[in-house]
Write a protein that binds this ligand. Structure first.
Ligand SMILES: O=C(O)C(=O)C[C@]1(C(=O)O)C=C[C@@H](O)C=C1
Length: 260
């Protein structure tokens, strides 16, 4: 992992249209993982400790992932259980011109974990499992935590792409946003990064993905209630609503530190 003493590469961020395409490409994997997870029964004891068991499961995976560079500079993947990469510091000899990625200290992972445990886990109440066990057992804690970890990593990656969304917005509106940063005007920054038309299009795409996945599961003869479609739509909507809020907060926090 890069450290603050190592010279970091100059990473230029893509334009807004390209980044929105990148965000859109994460919708199907997220809804797919959500659909899978909703079709595994949940032993309530797995989460009765406020998520401690899940985080301890993830910490082992994240240590292995860190060793292979998953959380390195510019990867836009931030661990839930390990220290974060040190921030960039702008100096006269090491300037960060608009359009160049600038690492800050903020992570949205605590918000993602709390949303996951409090809002999404209650949707995970399937009584059947797609794992077939000859002894008819349905509980499978390892498979369950694996999907949780996969889904959480996808949500986190998607939300932290907000850092490059923020950078590209900064580059296209430097003087106004610089003034907002200098006056610490969080509400003006929030207004500058919010685009409700784009949010509506994210909801529509996520909803279309949910429809396609639930139809695929139902058509495959999966042991699903016919209400699965509606339940998946509700979970998907709740998820994307929160994901957009967390992405937006990551954008605001990134900009507040942009000139540091
Ligand atoms: O596409 C943007 O402009 C973003 O800032 C990303 C995003 C999102 O999370 O999808 C977040 C906030 C905006 O209000 C709209 C969409």
């Amino acid at each position: 992992m890069a450290s603050s003493s190592v010279v970091r590469p100059f990473l230029e961020v893509p334009g807004l249209t390209e980044i929105r395409n990148i965000l859109a490409q994460l919708e199907a994997p997220i809804v797919s993982a959500l659909t899978e997870r909703m079709n595994l029964p949940t032993d309530p004891s797995l989460y009765s400790d406020g998520g401690a068991k899940l985080l301890s499961f993830m910490s082992v995976r994240e240590s292995i992932a860190a060793a292979s560079g998953r959380y390195d500079y510019g990867r836009l993947e931030y661990p839930f259980t390990l220290p974060l990469i040190p921030p960039d510091i702008t100096t006269p000899s090491n300037s960060f011109p608009p359009g160049r990625f600038h690492q800050d200290t903020y992570s949205g992972n605590a918000n993602i974990t709390s949303f996951y445990l409090n809002t999404l886990v209650p949707f995970f109440n399937s009584s059947t499992s797609f794992f077939y066990h000859l002894d008819n057992s349905t509980f499978n804690p390892d498979a369950t935590f694996n999907l949780d970890a996969t889904l959480l990593a996808l949500l986190s990656h998607r939300a932290h792409i907000g850092k490059v969304v923020a950078e590209t917005k900064f580059a296209s509106n430097v003087s106004a946003i610089t003034q907002m940063i200098q006056t610490n005007d969080t509400s003006a920054i929030l207004a500058a990064v919010t685009n409700t038309t784009q949010e509506a299009s994210v909801y529509a795409q996520a909803s279309a993905a949910a429809m396609a996945f639930s139809n695929a599961w139902l058509n495959s003869g999966a042991l699903e209630l016919t209400s699965f479609n509606t339940t998946l739509q509700s979970a998907t909507h709740a998820l994307f609503q929160e994901l957009i809020a967390i992405t937006t907060e990551i954008e605001v926090q990134y900009l507040l530190q942009r000139l540091d």
